[in-house]
Design a protein around this ligand. Structure first.
Ligand code: HH2
Length: 288
């Protein structure tokens, strides 16, 4: 499991590579494998230590795709990134065992399953046998209907119990505990208030003892607070990731890798009082 990136920081930025026609913020931009591979390489250059390759959108109301179609999208991209010698961990964002298995054979070493191994009965076996890392995410309901009036008694306790139970299930089926990361699933069957409460009380999930992944990037709740369109939510993405870092999250799944990486590097240096110096590339004059 990636634990911090090569630049000596204690957090990991997971860059999103969506090979889909309909993802909520970048659908259709990287459907061509060459464009997706180039995009992945650019995200690594910006500071990603994991690339999360996905071939099916999970946005509310998204159409489901067959395993064959999903594989046709993601496999050439994973193969191309491996061929290009990409120096970071490759993750497959899927809830289908067949897609995960093919991606792992092609060189991925992390399975990011938004159903937390509930979507496909064979998934847990694939993850356990391959000894891949896995991210178990909380979602209430399923993508098509999850945003229809989601309700909780106490959202944080319920998400925590769910993640605990899914972790126990995975370990019981042979997945090593040290391979597991946990994710509260921001926006997956949650209102704006639920998302904010999960972020505010993230330390309660960190207490489960596994790295917490956070995915707020460009999501609609940021637009509802800031009034910004999807392409203009970097500030909200940074604010939530910085807060999540301070609350103990260590893996940050984002589209805008460079700005988030830099914001987290400064946050981490401020919190710890230590940093790895790099010299600004175009600086000619000293500034305060
Ligand atoms: N969010 C999305 C997809 N996968 N995986 C994890 N672990 N955590 C998340 O918060 C998460 C996720 C949705 O974002 P995106 O991939 O940009 O959109 P789409 O599902 O429309 O492709």
């Amino acid at each position: 499991m990636s634990d911090g990136d090569a630049r000596g920081v204690d957090f990991t930025v997971m860059g999103i590579v969506n090979v889909t026609p309909d993802s909520f913020s970048d659908g259709g931009l990287y459907l061509d494998p060459t464009a997706a591979i180039q995009h992945g390489l650019e995200l690594v250059h910006q500071g990603a230590a994991i690339l999360d390759v996905g071939g099916e959108s999970t946005r509310p109301g998204a159409a489901s795709v067959s395993a064959g179609e999903e594989l046709g999208r993601v496999l050439p991209v994973i193969e191309g990134l491996v061929c290009a010698g990409v120096p970071v961990q490759l993750s497959i964002d899927t809830s289908k065992a067949a897609v995960a298995q093919a991606a792992l054979r092609a060189g991925a070493t992390l399975v990011n399953d938004v159903t937390a191994l509930r979507g496909d009965p064979h998934m847990v076996e694939i993850v356990a046998l391959s000894q891949a890392d896995c991210c178990l995410m909380h979602m209430l309901g399923e993508p098509r209907t999850m945003q229809r009036n989601p309700r909780y008694g106490d959202v944080v306790s319920e998400v925590k119990s769910f993640l605990e139970a899914r972790m126990a299930f995975a370990i019981g089926a042979g997945v090593l505990e040290r391979r597991i990361m946990l994710d509260p699933g921001i926006g997956f069957g949650k209102t704006l208030a639920h998302n904010l409460e999960l972020l505010r009380r993230l330390d309660e999930l960190v207490a489960l003892g596994r790295p917490v992944v956070i995915g707020t990037s460009r999501k609609s709740f940021l637009g509802r607070i800031s009034g910004r369109d999807v392409d203009d939510r970097i500030a909200g993405t940074i604010a939530t990731n910085v807060l999540a870092y301070e609350r103990g999250a260590r893996v940050f799944r984002v589209h805008d890798v460079g700005p988030v990486h830099d914001a987290l590097a400064v946050t981490a240096a401020t919190v710890s009082g230590t940093w790895a110096s790099t010299t600004p590339t175009s600086s000619t004059m000293s500034t305060t």
